[in-house]
Each structure stands twice: as C-alpha cells, then as structure tokens.
Write a protein that binds this ligand. Structure first.
Ligand code: DC
Length: 223
C-alpha cells in the first residue's frame, strides 16, 4: 500500500502542532512534530553548558553517544534524551531559543535528517516543521504552508504559556517570535520558506476550529 506523507511548514505559533495533530487523527495517520527533535538537541546543548554563539561548541554536543529518540506512547509523540522523557522540559522559552540556534547548524540538521526520513518512509504521517516540504520530504503528497501574523501568533503563544503557569510578558513573547522568525528564515541552511508547490493557509483571522477544518479539507482534497 502506498504510504502517504503530508508536510506542514510555517513559522512558530501558527498553530502547526495542534492543527497537524488533529488532522493526523482525523486521517488515521501519525503526527510527527520535528520541532521537538531540534528542541531536544537544544536542551542537550543547554544542559552541557555549550556556548550557543559558537557552532563548534554546539557541534561538540553531537557526540556518538547522544541518544535522541521519538516514541509514541498512547498515540502521542514523546521525546527522550538518553532515556529521559524530556517532552515537557523542551517547551520552555530557553529551550525554544536553543532549538532555533542549534537548528542553524548543518551538522545538527544532518544528525536529525535520517530519523525524519525513516519515520516518513514507514508511516502514513502528517509531519510538521520548517523545511519538511522543501528539504526533508520534497516529494510529499500534500504540502501546506501554515502561517498567521506575528501578533496573532504571539497572542496564542502567550495564552498557551500563561495557561501553563509560566510568568511571561506578551511583549517578550512577541519580540522572541519576531526574532525567531527572522533567524529561522534567514539562516543559510534549510531556511523557513514556502515550497513552490505548497498550498498557503493563513489563520490570522480564523479561530482554531475553523483552521483545523480548513487544513483537513485541504489535505483531503489533495491526496
Ligand atoms: O516548531 P518549534 O517551535 O517547536 O521548533 C523549534 C525550533 O526548531 C524552531 O526555532 C526552528 C527549528 N526547526 C527547524 O529548524 N526545522 C524543523 N523542521 C523544525 C523546527
């Protein structure tokens, strides 16, 4: 049977993970959050005390014994760093910034590339990230570029973090978002950009339920 791969790319806070998870459940596919892989490598670099300004220092944390694993537990993706479940620890603002930083290092992208390819080869999946339609799965059956204005995305991320009890300011979340967008789209390797054959979906002015319905319809109409 043919394996179906759906690629969903876009900037931070566009609702990619929530929407992709729901779409995958509706289609009976697995959902793969590739940002979590970069976050896990970023957390490892933070824990090792690496100087995140230095590519060399980041590369030095990609050791032969570095074990980054993605497991599905009760249908949910969990991230493991050397057998420790770090799924929650990779969600802090520090881990977000570290993820963005390490993701600009070619050796890190190489390290995670095969794992992503293998998962897509073996499973019907909805995979979300920044370079899925352009680099990881250029032959994906459906490609979507999901975006929203920086303010709409910062608003959503702020709500999510405060609901988790984190003490953050909206202005800081917006500034982080704008910086991360800039860094992700201007890095030399695999920058965030819409694939030529990706369908653009902008959710600035629609709510979550409507966005989910739009993406599911877009996928179904195109597979
Ligand atoms: O989607 P996210 O916010 O969890 O991603 C965390 C960081 O990882 C983000 O700043 C960019 C990077 N990333 C990437 O470079 N390529 C991907 N496929 C996914 C994420």
């Amino acid at each position: 049977m043919k394996i179906i791969n759906v690629a969903i790319d876009g900037p931070a806070g566009a609702g990619k993970s929530t929407i992709s998870r729901k779409a995958a459940a509706e289609l009976g596919y697995i959902y793969i959050d590739t940002g979590a892989l970069y976050r896990t490598v970023g957390l490892n670099a933070l824990r090792k005390g690496a100087d995140l300004q230095s590519d060399e220092a980041i590369i030095a944390t990609i050791t032969d014994d570095l074990k980054v694993e993605l497991k599905f537990i009760d249908g949910e993706q969990r991230m493991f760093l050397s057998d420790e479940d770090v799924s929650d620890k990779i969600r802090t603002p520090e881990a977000s910034m570290a993820a963005s930083r390490v993701s600009a290092v070619p050796k890190v992208r190489e390290f995670l590339f095969d794992l992503q390819k293998k998962l897509a080869r073996e499973n019907n999946c909805v995979m979300d990230g920044r370079d899925i339609g352009t680099v990881v799965l250029p032959d994906a059956d459906v490609k979507i570029f999901l975006t929203a204005s920086p303010e709409a995305r910062a608003e959503r991320r702020f709500k999510e973090l405060t609901e988790k009890g984190m003490d953050v300011k909206y202005e800081d979340v917006l500034a982080d978002m704008i910086k991360r967008d800039y860094d992700d789209s201007h890095r030399a390797i695999a920058p965030l950009k819409q694939a030529d054959d990706a369908i653009l979906c902008d959710t600035s002015n629609i709510g979550l339920e409507e966005s989910i319905a739009l993406i599911i319809k877009t996928i179904k109409d195109n597979i």
